[in-house]
Design a protein around this ligand. Sequence first.
Ligand code: CA
Length: 221
Amino acid sequence: MRALVVEDDRRIAEDLARALTSAGFRVENVADGEAAWFQGGTEAYDLIVLDLGLPRLDGLTVLKRWRAEGVEAPVLVLTARGAWTERVEGIDAGADDYLPKPFRMEELLARARALVRRSGGLATAQQEVGALSVDLNRMTVALRGVPVSMTPLEFRVIAYLALHRSRMVPPTELIEHLYGDDDAKEANAVEAIIARLRRKLGAGVIGTRRGFGYYLEGAQA
Ligand code: CA
């Protein structure tokens, strides 16, 4: 899962990046509104954390522009403490949730996970897909009840397929959500991870339809 953190306070931005990375996100940071508008409008994110007080372009304007342009990523807005008008304006502008500063990182992560889950149409963090159990909060995978150890990248693949279980995920989309902007985005890298996962999980867990993409067996209607 790929997250964009928009925050001009460098310390908070670093804390957010560290926490979200440990929660399984691939994190990118931008520190001003203009850069945020561009980045959020051109790249596909599974979550955006948006501070409202930003240099160059305020967060509320950025959010309104994104929504007007059809950016659908779930957005968690960071507001100043006690500023209830900011919360109302944020939600009106298309925020999915908000958190007043200062906040506890545990709460931010819980809200972030809930947003990602809801955007995938899932009510709970524990997902059963065919023979697989995927725990999106604890970042664990079990096959027929037996835990399977995963690298962070492998887990992100499984989690992404579980979150988008109702459809096939094209390799290009998987690449976009697994890697950041700066990484080399190569289709054969995804093929290599899928091959490794298939060796780990055995046949009949990750399906492919040539030309369409990947899916978790047992998830399709
Ligand atoms: Ca700020």
